[in-house]
Write a protein that binds this ligand. Structure first.
Ligand code: ARG
Length: 588
């Protein structure tokens, strides 16, 4: 079905044309004087120069053509040349009736589906997920869902960090602690145990210990670098350990992501790209893209109109070791080969922006991707504490994601129990669901690129622009609908009628904007647009709800119509929160 706004614009275009002007002036936009009208058209202002007429005269001639319009119930030419518009209640009700019948809520599925690979999550094995990883997971997941809803083929890849110095550090620390382990016995060819010699909690203690020691102890650091190198050369004992680290870590990561309602199609790792490196290096040399710079192999990526210095992209260090860059370039090669995406989108901390500029330029210049392959960087800002500094635990340490979610759940639990009647046994599950909405909505409602303050009190509040407020609204609708059914009402019966009051019309008009909000959010990679749409919709619903006695209504036709409106509102709200990556409980 055609988008609501397009239908309005179409109608106005016709009027411009009938009045003798170009129809392209008929663009309809939301009114910026909601006290006067619902929509407006500013086309007469733009046409004035071309037609050498006062804009208000053009507007008046256009309005004359709108007599008897089925789409607008009122059109008015006002100074200096705006056309103020109100939608016809019949047309509006008919539009929503169709929307309600459509599984896909009148949102068109693209006729040019793209394959889009999203690189998000980006955790590193053996390091616990901390709040720094939260944003990538939450934002990436939402963009994936938005893209799919619009009919694109979206592939989510976690792109696990499993190939750096951190592996050498863990191996070295293990060797110091338990040199007797079979993995360290030179020449021991015996098969290695199936079970890892550590648990996830041990692993998570080992890494920070190793990392700290390497900063003070030069020899230890050298040893870790050597171990990394040997691992990369395929030393069997180290390779076996690396496998253990991976298994233990991935199991834990999956558990954490599941709790966040985040799922990946691919669990690819940095190490998967390593086999592509030798060929990539040979290619870059052979084609003359790479040059030696003090022994290191680099590709120049600066461009003439750069306003700041963009350093060359380093492919190999002077000792022949590959880098984060090399892995990312090789991963591009791999992704092109395996999935041939139209776009690769990276959802990564914005502090890596310069780095990705180098990688993208290098990939383009050396033709690792096609002319029209899009490489996009969506950089997100930092999640800060109330003090404006990166979010920390009360003791000032790095906050583990698990602990953050536990804290929020606990907070929600308290609120729910204080607030109302949910039985003790359900309160725990409900708190977890509502807590997730608090975290995710708190994050997503901010523009991705900006830093934001993670304010537990505000995010968990049932009032204001928060996840719990939206869920509360949904639960309120669900409860009215089930009471209606308990009283013998049939949700499948009843047709949506024209609005009975101003707040009902406002709610209906909000509903028509769903498709535009979803498309806009996806095109601009901006889930916060879905959030602001949702907040407006929830407010419109609550205003209508407070002014209307729905279940007490005597007129059964009227009541049935309101029930239909509620069902549709619920569907739009639930679909929207699903696109953001969370859900609503039955009761709250
Ligand atoms: N693991 C990296 C980090 O923690 C993020 C990975 C981002 N994706 C990428 N293709 N480089 O910083």
């Amino acid at each position: 079905m055609e988008k609501w706004m397009n239908l309005l614009t179409e109608e106005l275009g016709n009027a411009f044309e009938k009045a003798g002007y170009d129809r392209s002036y008929g663009k309809v936009v939301l009114s910026n004087r909601p006290d006067l009208c619902e929509y407006q058209c500013n086309g007469a202002m733009a046409g004035a120069k071309v037609y050498r007429m006062a804009p208000v005269q053009i507007a008046a001639k256009v309005v004359e053509q709108m007599e008897g319009s089925q789409v607008f119930s009122s059109a008015e030419a006002v100074n200096p040349g705006f056309i103020n518009l109100k939608a016809s209640p019949e047309f509006l009700a008919a539009y929503l009736r169709k929307m309600a019948e459509d599984e896909h809520l009148s949102v068109a599925v693209t006729d040019t589906p793209k394959t889009i690979l999203i690189d998000y999550g980006g955790p590193n094995v053996a390091k616990p997920l901390h709040v720094g990883h939260l944003r990538s997971a939450i934002i990436g997941e939402s963009i994936k869902r938005l893209g799919r809803y619009l009919g694109h083929k979206v592939i989510g890849d976690v792109h696990l960090g499993d190939w750096g110095l951190q592996m050498g550090l863990i191996i070295t620390e293990l060797k110091h602690r338990s040199p007797e382990l079979v993995y360290f016995q030179e020449g021991d060819k015996s098969p290695y145990p199936q079970e890892a010699p550590f648990t996830i909690s041990e692993l998570e203690e080992i890494y920070p210990a190793a990392s700290a020691r390497s900063k003070e102890d030069e020899a230890y650091r050298e040893e870790a670098m050597e171990a990394t190198h040997e691992l990369q050369q395929g030393r069997p004992g180290y390779y076996a350990l690396w496998n253990h680290i991976l298994q233990v870590s991935v199991a834990d990561l999956k558990k954490n992501y599941e709790r966040l309602n985040v799922t990946f199609d691919l669990w690819k790792k940095e190490s998967d790209a390593q086999p592509y490196i030798p060929e990539l290096v040979a290619y870059l040399k052979e084609k003359g893209y790479a040059r030696l710079d003090q022994g290191a192999l680099v590709v120049d990526v600066k461009e003439e109109d750069d306003t700041k210095e963009i350093p060359p992209c380093m492919i190999l260090k002077s000792d022949g070791a590959s880098l984060y860059n090399t892995t990312d370039l090789a991963t591009i090669v791999e992704r092109m080969k395996l999935f041939h995406p139209d776009e690769i989108l990276y959802v990564v901390d914005k502090r890596q922006e310069l780095y990705f500029t180098q990688v993208f330029r290098c990939a383009r210049k050396t033709h690792l991707v096609e002319e029209d392959t899009r490489l996009t960087f969506l950089g997100f800002g930092t999640m800060n504490g109330k003090d404006g500094k990166p979010f920390k635990t009360r003791q000032g340490g790095v906050m583990r994601l698990e602990n953050l979610l536990d804290d929020i759940s606990r907070e929600m639990y308290q609120k729910i129990v204080d607030n109302r009647s949910v039985k003790e046994e359900n309160a725990g599950t409900t708190a977890e669901i509502v807590g997730l909405s608090a975290v995710k909505y708190g994050d997503l409602s901010n523009q991705a690129g900006k830093d934001y303050v993670f304010d537990v009190d505000r995010f968990t509040s049932f009032e204001g622009d928060t996840g719990p407020y939206l869920l509360y609204t949904i639960v309120r609708i669900k409860s009215i609908l089930s009471r209606y059914q308990e009283e013998g009402g049939d949700l499948a019966q009843g047709g949506l009628q024209i609005p009975s009051c101003e707040s009902e019309k406002a709610l209906m008009l909000e509903l028509t904007n769903f498709g535009t909000a979803v498309e806009g959010a996806f095109e601009e990679k901006a889930p916060h647009k879905v959030c602001s749409y949702l907040y407006g919709l929830a407010n419109a619903f609550n205003r209508f709800y407070h002014e209307t006695k729905i279940l007490g209504e005597e007129d059964q036709k009227q009541k049935g119509s309101w029930i239909q409106l509620l069902s549709l509102t619920r569907k739009v709200l639930e679909t929207s929160i699903d696109l953001l990556g969370f859900s609503a409980p039955e009761r709250m």
